[in-house]
Design a protein around this ligand. Structure first.
Ligand SMILES: Nc1ncnc2c1ncn2[C@@H]1O[C@H](COP(=O)(O)OP(=O)(O)OP(=O)(O)O)[C@@H](O)[C@H]1O
Length: 390
């Protein structure tokens, strides 16, 4: 657990970066710091690993003032990822990942074996190990950055806009990966972002900051979206916070109607395995079907599918990718009333973190996640911007 106790940073030129910060970052959860540029997010993060020394107050790590710990030793026990990964350009990927194990004096063989393990954990091919950072894409570099941060299995990760330099599709993939890792590893994560969408997707606790690191609100994503503390926080969250809230609710609550009969004149066609191949309607055939998985997706994804559907109904699939039923737009909206955000947010979190994609990925007809409005490949699983899960 991290505790900021009246922590502040005033720079020698008089700039106040952070003032009087009181905040608890709970162990084993993801806390996201979000706020406008210059509000002090990076400063707060760096006070934890002593890259910035507070000029007021204290930062306690598991009850110990970090000022009393030797900085180098403290940092070896904390995973740290920055924007554009910050890899050592002259070191191969394997040795980049093994940086901290080497510093901790592990023998080379053990350190490299651990690095190979991590490479796999973050979803990179083994042959990546021998490459240099410049031979990797931005998204691959970020994965290596995360692998390097995890190498010595630190209980704490500091992530400073780690995914902001990659395109939205890669970014969504990296977020999925972090959710999957976090469901497995339960690290204490302090994550900085500008992006409220990313904060809602990844955070168990979100801290909305204002100028000088002043706290606007600390809340779980569902509470934050449903009940912003004041108009300033609401303005920061943006206009479509209601829609974002749908991304926190599981799609399992939607009452389906049978797909055996035509719906609004349209029928879903299926292949021999019962997997959707298209829609046939009055004199027309459409070879695109936006699909969702009730067990893994959210109301936002289901609504997205319903909006894209010529029959005004989303197509629900079972775990094997077979046609399960139809979710009319009205049924998706009715599911909103099924339970309050507090009651459902946890379930959505589990749906999103424990198994964010495997069902979709194991479904041959379901293409890669795409954002609404993008071109939809045949029988694609629609993805409402914030994506499946959270
Ligand atoms: N070394 C420094 N000397 C003077 N002022 C500084 C220094 N480092 C940061 N600041 C100021 O402190 C404030 C907080 O900076 P910080 O980098 O923590 O903000 P941030 O919220 O992370 O910003 P961004 O989102 O743009 O990365 C800013 O006003 C910044 O200009």
């Amino acid at each position: 657990m991290i505790r900021f106790d009246g922590a502040g940073k005033r720079h020698p030129d008089g700039t106040i970066a952070v003032e009087g910060l009181d905040l608890t970052v709970p162990a084993g959860r993801t806390t996201v710091l979000v706020g406008p540029s210059g509000c002090g997010k990076t400063t707060i993060l760096r006070m934890v690993n002593r890259m910035v020394e507070p000029t007021a107050g204290r930062v306690l790590l598991d009850g110990t003032d970090v000022a009393r710990l030797e900085a180098a030793k403290l940092r070896r026990g904390i995973g740290y990822v920055i924007q554009q990964a910050g890899l050592f350009p002259h070191r191969r990927v394997l040795d980049n990942i093994a940086t901290v194990p080497y510093l901790l004096g592990w023998d080379r063989k053990r350190a490299r074996a651990r690095a190979m393990e991590l490479l796999e954990l973050v979803g990179l091919e083994p042959q990546t190990a021998r490459r240099y950072p410049f031979q990797l894409s931005g998204g691959q570099q970020q994965r290596v950055g995360v692998a390097r941060a995890l190498a010595a299995d630190p209980p704490l990760l500091l992530l400073d806009e780690p995914f902001s330099a990659v395109d939205p599709v890669v970014r969504a993939g990296l977020q999925d990966e972090l959710l999957r890792l976090q469901a497995e590893l339960n690290k204490t994560v302090l994550f900085v972002t500008h992006d409220i969408e990313e904060a809602v997707r990844l955070g168990d606790q979100i801290v909305v900051l204002r100028e000088h690191g002043r706290i606007g609100q600390v809340a779980d994503p569902a509470t934050l979206l449903a009940a912003p503390a004041d108009p300033q926080v609401a303005a920061f969250l943006g206009r479509d916070r209601g829609l974002r809230g749908l991304g926190l609710r599981p799609a399992g609550a939607i009452a389906l109607v049978s797909a055996d009969l035509p719906y609004e004149g349209w029928r879903v066609t299926v292949d021999e395995q019962g997997r959707p191949t298209g829609w046939t309607g009055p004199g027309e055939t459409i070879h695109q079907v936006a699909v969702y998985h009730p067990g893994a997706d959210t109301l936002r994804t289901a609504l997205d599918c319903a909006v894209l559907s010529p029959a005004r109904a989303a197509v629900a699939l079972d775990a094997e990718g077979r046609l399960l039923g139809l979710a009319p737009r009205a049924a998706v909206l009715d599911a909103l009333d099924a339970a309050g955000p507090e009651a459902t947010a946890g379930a959505a979190t589990k749906a999103g973190t424990a198994k964010p994609t495997p069902k979709a990925d194991s479904t041959p007809t379901a293409g890669p996640a795409e954002s609404a409005g993008a071109r939809i490949p045949e029988a694609t699983r629609a993805n409402g911007g914030a994506g499946h899960g959270r």
